[in-house]
Structure formats: C-alpha cells, structure tokens
Design a protein around this ligand. Structure first.
Ligand code: G4P
Length: 561
C-alpha cells in the first residue's frame, strides 16, 4: 500500500511530524486540490451543451491534445464523433469525463448525456460533481429537463452557475429570465455580466465587477467572435454600441446593484445563489469570461460525507467511490469500466486498495484516464478527478475504495423512476441467461428492478427514469446475454418508497389506487398512476411517510432475481 501515514497535529491534516516525505506528499496534495475544479453541465436538449463543451475544451487546448481536431472546419463534426459512435451502438450511452488544463487549473468536466438519452446516469454523474453549470437557451428559459436536473443539484446542495446561451438570437428579457429562476427554482441570481441589447441588436456584455464592456462582434455563422474589451466611456463614444442600448444596460445594472445583494461566495457554495453569465456558445462569445469567473468562484473538490464522518480531500490516504459502471465501452473488448471519483489523497497506478463493501483488497494495475472515447493509463489522480477501472464484476454503483483507515461513503440514492414495465422472458429454457442479464444490468445501474409481492409472479418489473433505458436493457439482454425479451408497459408513472417499511404499511391497512411492489432490498414501494392518486393516499393516511428517492442501503446485498 503506498499511502502516506496520517500525520499528527492540530489542523485536520496539518503535517507536524518531522517526516519529509509525508510533508512533501501533503504539500503536493494541497496544491493539487487547490488547482482542481470539477463540474457537470445541466441543460435541456438543444440548449447548446455540446457547443459550449467544445468551446470550453478549446480553451484548454484539450481537443488538440487528444488529436481530435484536424482542421478548423471539421471541428464540430470530428469532436462529436465519439458521441455519434455511442449512439450508433445504441448501448453505451456514456457520461464521460473530459479533463483539461487552463490558466493554471485542472478542470474536470463530467459530461452527462443530453438529448433524449436522459437516464439515471445523468443523475449519478451529478453525485460526483462539485459544481454544476445550468445552461439555458435565452429564448426558452427554464425547460423540463433542466428543472429535473436542478432538483438533483438542490438535493446535494451543489453550487450552480447559470449560463444564458444564444444571446445572438432574439430571446426573452434578461430580467424576466432571472425572475423565472428565482421564482420557480427558488434560486437567487447574481449576474456576473449583463447583456447590452439582444437578438439582432446584441452588442455584448458589461462585466458587473470591472464595469468593462466586452463587445460582441457578429461573425459569419460558424465563425468565432473575436473578443474586444472597452471601458464604458470608450464604448459610449465608439459608435459600436447604440447609446440607448448601453444606457438601458447600465440602468438595469444599477437596478441590480441597488437590490443590494453581494456576490456572497458562501451562498454560492451552498447552492443558494447562482452567478449568472450571458453569452453565445456558438460564436464563442462570453465563454472565456465565464471560464475565468468560474475558476475564481467555483467550489474546489469538497469534503464528502461518509458513514464515519466527513472525509476531507486532504486526508492523506486515497479514497473514492464508484458513480457509474459502463459495459462494452470498447466494442473490440467486451469490458466493463467502473468510473471512480477520487475524494481524498493521491491515487497511484498499481495501488492496492480496499473495497469497502466486500472488505477485499484489490491491486489497481490498469487505471485509466478517460477523454471521451480515448483512454490512456493514468499514473496518478487527485481529489476531483475521475479514473476508469476495469471492472471484473466486482464493483457496484456507490461502492467505496480506500487505503488506510476504513471509509465508506454514503451511497448514491436511486432516483425516482417514472416508467415501469414488466420484463417477460418468453423462453423458459433461457431463464438462466435471463436471470444473469437482469442481475448484472441492475448491478450496473442500467435500470432499477422491482418485484411483485406475489411470489408466483416471478417476472421482474423494470423501473426507469427515461424510456431509452428500457430499450437499452432489452437490446443488451439480446446482444450480450442472448435472450430475447418482451416489454409490457405498466400504467404507472410515480413511485414512492414507504419510509417505515412493511410494518408502517401494515399499520395503515388496505390502500387503494396503487400497486405495492418490493425493491431488491425487500422494501415496499408504491406505484401510482399519477400524482393525483398519490396525493389522495397521502390525504387518507397522513401518517404514512413516503419518499420519492430510495433510501441508501449499505452493507446489505440486494436480492437477485
Ligand atoms: P445540446 O448539446 O444541448 O443538445 O445542443 P447543441 O450544442 O447541439 O446545440 C443545439 C443547436 O443550437 C445547434 O444548432 C447549435 O449550433 C445551436 N447553438 C448552440 N449555441 C448557440 C448560440 O450561442 N447561438 C445560436 N444561434 N445557436 C447556438 P443545430 O442547427 O442543431 O446544429 P448545427 O447545424 O449548428 O450543427
């Protein structure tokens, strides 16, 4: 085991013992944590996530490094190729990690599948993120998927940075967009810059703190806008900005300043105040100022909750948790990769770590760094980073790996499914493969599995967040396990876990308009057709406590099919 010994001393991990190598390791860890920032983008399809991601990567030079961009014109097409590849294969809808260096920082962008591929993966990725960037289309404002993902961020109190995109096109009034976020999400906003005009008359933004004007210069479609910075006085006399547009923007800024609130970092880090940026990802306008301010304001890799208390990233020993499992990432090798978010200490290649759930020791000889579809062997990693481990079936979502004293992180909750279906196996002779497939896919977190309370009905119920999850499961059962299955949709849309378990349910006696099923930990789950039925039950039995999110279990093996 190559972990450093815990130094004694007063501060949680201050090095006071005269051990030069421990002190060096500590300083390296402090520096590595200080330079790291990690975030995920949450948005509704089409808001511009792919475009923004690509622009951010350009600042890090990461696309060139990965050798993906050959010519400027091919930029968009080529960099998106790996996503296309995934879609074609239809089975590995990945959230991958893009790491790049910029202005002395190491940034980990945890990429979540946008588009219709919406599933639990997206939720789980947020469990590994320290910050979120909420991307909105200026013409559309808040959209359904953004709202859902926001709820997950809120649950975890992740700092949220808002980027209002497509300012080059006609959009809604900026004040109205902020008001919507404040009213509907209950999230206070602090615009870091403020737009001058919009749509055809979008002229740029004023940086609220420096009062500099960043001019937007319209370029031909697909071309980048070149950044030009002026003082307000210069802008006013430049003829590049209409005086009335500038005056309105300045007035609105004064209004905002007059409203009083400061940019309180504590509130930002508690997920209660969102710094807001206006820009246009497509023309690369406002992306650099956003990135700079993000690095300044974002939360560094944070302490994480474990069953044994808070684990500080500066804890000298390595610890991390699995937030995603992915099968068959490389179509040439049928492999499974576990994505681990490093939470504390330094991770090193060939390290022997302990697997908290089983208590077993594992030597991690081929850890990988992931860049989209590219992989390279990683030598070391620090808190905030993500590593990929070949997974011989040992890892499950939420598992903790550690060195030194035992740590087990609080697991990742199962998110409330909205789509339910019976999974039928029409061929009894294929039952063994069917069972293996269902169990493995559940373990991997591809879908949640529920069972009927009537033991004679053995077919599992698939419970998913997105429709695509069901298709993926069916496809993979056929292709990887050789079992053709049939999916029979159920007419339920809402699931609630009964907090008090079976005794609480028995206490209320007969209940109506819902179906009781059990989850793999033998806990009662109620399925409802709609919210109306759910509300009715809650009114009839106010003492029955229900939860939309499955309580986290640890140390108990689930019941397999
Ligand atoms: P997504 O990943 O969130 O789904 O969105 P994506 O980046 O694919 O962007 C969706 C569409 O919005 C794309 O247009 C993209 O070019 C456009 N877009 C993104 N940012 C901006 C912006 O700042 N201004 C304007 N005007 N458009 C923007 P598309 O027509 O679907 O694709 P393409 O033909 O541009 O490739």
């Amino acid at each position: 085991m190559s972990s450093a010994s815990t130094p004694g001393g007063s501060g949680p991990y201050a090095v006071q013992a005269p051990d030069p190598s421990a002190e060096q390791a500590h300083l390296a860890l402090v520096a590595a944590v200080a330079r790291r920032r990690n975030f995920a983008i949450i948005s509704h399809p089409d808001a511009g996530k792919t475009t923004l991601t690509e622009k951010l990567l350009l600042y890090g030079g990461a696309i060139q490094q990965a050798g993906a961009v050959k010519a400027k014109g091919e930029q968009r097409k080529v960099t998106s190729d790996w996503m296309e590849l995934e879609k074609q294969r239809g089975i590995s809808i990945t959230s991958t990690v893009l790491q790049f260096d910029y202005a002395g920082s190491t940034i980990n962008l945890l990429d979540t599948p946008g588009h219709q591929d919406f599933s639990e993966d997206t939720y789980r990725t947020l469990a590994a993120a320290d910050n979120a960037v909420m991307l909105e289309d200026a013409a559309k404002g808040l959209e359904p998927q953004t709202r859902k993902l926001f709820e997950v961020c809120r649950m975890r109190k992740i700092p949220i940075f808002t980027f209002i995109n497509k300012m080059d096109r006609p959009g809604r009034e900026p004040l109205e967009l902020l008001d919507e976020i404040e009213q509907e999400l209950g999230l206070a906003c602090w615009p870091v810059n403020w737009p001058i005009g919009s749509g055809d008359r979008f002229r740029g933004v004023i940086d609220r703190r420096s009062r500099e004007v960043i001019l937007f210069q319209r370029a031909e479609r697909g071309r980048q806008s070149e950044e030009r910075i002026l003082s307000v006085t210069e802008a006013a006399s430049s003829e590049l900005v209409e005086p009335e547009l500038l005056a309105t923007a300045l007035e609105e800024l004064e209004l905002l300043d007059g409203a009083g609130a400061d940019l309180d970092l504590e509130l930002v880090h508690a997920g209660e105040l969102s710094p807001v940026f206006f820009g246009s990802a497509m023309t690369n306008f406002g992306v650099r100022p956003f990135l700079d301010a993000f690095l300044e304001l974002a939360q560094k890799p944070t302490a994480r909750l474990s069953h044994d208390g808070v684990v500080d990233p500066l804890r000298p020993e390595f610890s991390g948790f699995v937030f995603k499992l992915q099968a068959n990432m490389d179509p040439r090798h049928r492999d499974r990769v576990a994505f681990v978010r490093v939470c504390s200490g330094k991770f090193e290649k060939d390290m022997t770590v302990r697997h908290a759930r089983s208590g077993r020791s594992i030597r991690l000889s081929r850890p990988q760094k992931l860049f989209g579809q590219e992989r390279e062997v990683v030598e070391d990693a620090y808190p905030g980073d993500v590593i990929g481990l070949n997974n011989p079936g040992m890892f499950a979502i939420g598992d903790t790996l550690y060195t030194g004293t035992r740590v087990e992180f609080e697991g990742i909750p199962c998110f409330s499914p909205e789509i339910f279906a019976w999974l039928r196996n029409p061929n009894p002779s294929a039952f063994k493969s069917f069972r293996k497939g269902v169990n493995e896919l559940r373990e991997e977190g591809a879908v949640q599995v529920l069972y009927d309370t009537d033991a004679s009905k053995r077919d599992p119920i698939l419970a998913a967040v997105g429709q695509l999850q069901l298709e993926v499961v069916q496809y993979r059962l056929e292709n990887e396990y050789g079992v053709k299955t049939r999916i029979e949709p159920m007419e339920f849309n809402v699931a609630r876990w009964v907090c008090g378990g079976w005794p609480a349910l028995e206490q209320v006696g007969r209940i109506f308009n819902c179906k009781t099923v059990r989850d793999p930990w033998d806990r009662p789950v109620l399925l409802f057709r709609n919210d109306w039925n759910l509300n009715q039950l809650s009114e009839d039995h106010p003492s029955l406590e229900l939860s939309a999110v499955a309580p986290v279990v640890s140390g108990v093996e689930p019941i397999a099919l």
